[in-house]
Design a protein around this ligand. Sequence first.
Ligand code: LLP
Length: 449
Amino acid sequence: MATLAPVDPAISEPDPAALIAARPHLRMDARDGLLLDGVPLAAIARDLGTPTWVYSAPTLLARYRQLRDAMAETGLDAHIHYAVKANDHRAVLSLLAREGAGADVVSGGELRRARAAGIAAAQIVFSGVGKSEDEMRLALAENIAQLNVESAEELAMLSALATAMGRTARIALRVNPDIDAGTHAKISTGRARDKFGIPYAEAAALYAHAARLPGIVPVGVATHIGSQILSLAPFRAAYQRIAALVGDLRAAGQSVAVVDCGGGLGIPYRDEIAPSPAGLAAVIRNAFAALDVSVKLEPGRWLVGPAGLLLARVVLQKQTGAARFVVLDAAMNDLIRPAMYEAWHGIVPLSPVALHAPCTEADIVGPVCETGDTFARGRMLPDLPPGALVALLDAGAYGAVMSSTYNARPLAAEAMVGGNSYAVIRPRQPIEALWGEEILPPWLDAPRA
Ligand code: LLP
């Protein structure tokens, strides 16, 4: 079972005021408390209850435009395909669709969602190590831009299905460049021992094989080495290998029009120095500008992570001989990242008074019956009496999408801020919905005599 890393007292943590100061979309107002792009979060918590996810449309748009512009400045023919898995709410997808973003999907469900949000099939790429036949059929019927194929076995399945349907599958081979992205082991995808992609040494032969298969047109190569990557070096190493492969393929007479660079650009959750979109764009330009390819990027976290937060209320504070525990009404079923990846999320009070009150160490936990249901350990925070409101920061990516109803806790409400107000984009799940679709076997359903 995952345990949280012990707190190292030598590493000073940013205090709530520093966390707010480092995020342009957050501001502490002396009267209204913490504002997300000008909208008081306490009012949202009061209106909708807690826990509630809140996303900022202006922040999401600003980040999309920053990344798009950085890519445009490379002079490459570049396309952004938002990784739907990071946050698949239709409001998020529609917002990005209106800006012209495409989508990277990893399931038939995500493909249907992206289409429902108005993303054109011609702007959708389908990634994933195990696409089912039904999912491939859907992708072929929709005639999406590209399927990123991860194995010879998948290629054979796709060729048979496409031929039977009288369709052509444009494919990119997802190549595993055997590069360690230097991120958490559970979200590293580009090492030889990871399940993803085609071994680098086998890629050229498989590409030539693909070009001969009926129903298949190879258009390029793809790679994705992991997520929350905080250094440009692994990107540089991976893209250099991919560029060399493109050269080899062309020398062998293959046509290669597309390089899909994957996602993975990290964000500062704590006080990490993260690479900028311009930095990543420069790495991509250096690797591919001379090759005359069109470039795709599949960012998820960088776009939507900082644009969202999770509002929670303090249920109670409990003091044991060992620690002060602040028990929230949000839990690991809502935001699983700390339990699953030892992830660090900033936690800040919504009240301006609390922000300047003296701090002591506290463990911030949820009410779920697992020790892993711990958001933070040894965090310097003020007194947080029952009813106090807090925000868990940078929770827009891999937050709501990874929620469950463990401990019979309904899915939290979701709201989106924009234009100085907010809109409910998903009401809190009614408790009855938790068992509404369950069916008792007939021998249990009969009234007891
Ligand atoms: N493309 C592919 C093929 C991917 O597998 C992923 C993420 C992305 C793009 C987007 O990566 P991003 O830009 O968001 O780093 N649940 C984990 C992260 C899992 C990432 C899975 N793949 C977390 O909460 O940290």
